[in-house]
Ligand binder design. Structure first.
Ligand code: F6P
Length: 357
């Protein structure tokens, strides 16, 4: 009997179910003695022995189902300590792992969750990782499932803003998700024809943005669409220490950076400015076809790692090939937008501004 635990951890995204289906179908196809145990709400399920024994039928009809059939929660070690009020979380997870006689644990997670997966693997558990996140910021892989679906939704959202911006001759600043990186914003911004794209990787200067808007208006443009990553930074903010920047963000009291940019811009331009947030819809609904395909194939690759007992690995997509890298290589690192890469450079050539020069 091969016993495999599944868990989905961190913010959800499209194609989590498609990935689990890909792993499960391959395991059931290749071996007759597979038992899959699904942990409820991510690592919490492993910690508090909250699980269910999965049947092949649990993986039917879920290929295009958004969210996760297992539930998820944020990674337990992000803000909290490993030992809290005398409760050792790693020891608790190890106990469940051993009690259930697991041969392997498959973790579908983003950066924080993969760091924990690596920690568990260092503790002697057999773990494999599958790169999940709309942000596409996992180091070591060109692609994380969920990303393309989020880009599709964000670009459609920008399309809808585009028409109302045009009718009212307004400047619209739209916040796009992506945490500390700008991958979704860059792709969706180009796909939707944004005039200005603001990314965490390219600190902006408010005066430059204002000049760019004026130039475009003088050239006859009625409306201006700004796609702004939620982690976008001004040049001044990019020079702050980590601590100072955290205080700065806290001073926004949960309000998005787009409000601050709109307020600052209003001192320079006399066009009407509106803001809009694409929000969590970017993570919702059915995965697009590309994500279904990628997630399914990444799932198969994950199953191969399990069947080959090749543990401590993360499934990755590099140079159009699916392969795996050690979890320790990716743990704790982020993949940022390449500001000197073709995408940014070509966007600049066609007149898209990044608010920096
Ligand atoms: O990591 C995915 C993501 O959607 C980020 O883009 C965003 O910053 C964050 O999660 C939002 O997290 P929460 O769902 O906890 O508000």
């Amino acid at each position: 009997m091969v016993r495999v635990g599944f868990l989905t951890s961190g913010g959800d995204c499209q194609a989590l179910n498609a990935t689990m289906r890909g792993i499960a179908k391959t395991l059931y196809q290749q071996r007759k003695d597979i038992e899959i145990i699904g942990f409820i709400d991510g690592y919490k399920g492993l910690m508090y022995e909250n699980y269910r024994i999965m049947q092949p039928s649990d993986f039917e009809g879920i290929l295009n189902l958004g969210g996760t059939i297992l539930g998820t929660s944020r990674c337990p070690f992000k803000k909290m300590r490993v030992i809290e009020n005398g409760f050792d979380k790693v020891a608790a997870m190890k106990k469940t792992y051993q009690k259930l006689k697991l041969d392997c644990l498959a973790v579908l997670g983003g950066n924080g969750s993969l760091k924990t997966a690596h920690l568990l693997s260092q503790e002697g558990m057999n773990v494999i990782g599958l790169p999940k996140t709309i942000d596409n910021d996992t180091w070591g892989t060109d692609y994380t499932f969920g990303f393309q679906s989020a880009v599709d939704i964000a670009s459609r959202y920008l399309d809808e803003i585009q028409t109302t911006a045009y009718s009212h001759s307004r400047v619209f600043i739209v916040e796009i998700m992506g945490h500390k990186v700008g991958h979704i914003c860059l792709s969706a911004g180009i796909a939707a024809g944004a005039d200005i794209i603001l990314l965490p990787e390219i600190p902006y200067d408010i005066e430059v943005i204002a000049q760019d808007i004026q130039k475009k208006v003088q050239a006859g443009q009625k409306s201006i669409l700004i796609a702004c990553a939620e982690g976008a930074l001004s040049k001044e903010e990019s020079m702050l220490s980590k601590k100072q920047y955290k205080l700065k963000v806290a001073s926004r009291e949960g309000h998005s950076v787009v409000y601050e940019i709109a307020q600052k811009l209003s001192h320079y331009i006399d066009k009407e400015i509106r803001v809009s947030l694409a929000g969590h819809a970017q993570r919702g609904g059915s995965p697009c076809a590309y994500d279904r395909e990628m997630a399914t194939l990444m799932g198969v690759e994950g199953a191969k790692l399990i069947l080959d007992k090749n543990y401590g690995q993360l499934v990755v997509f590099v140079d159009h090939h699916l392969t795996a890298i050690p979890l320790e290589e990716t743990a704790g690192k982020l993949k940022y937008v390449d500001v000197h890469g073709d995408t940014v450079q070509n966007a600049r050539l066609m007149g898209i501004s990044f608010g920096d020069e």
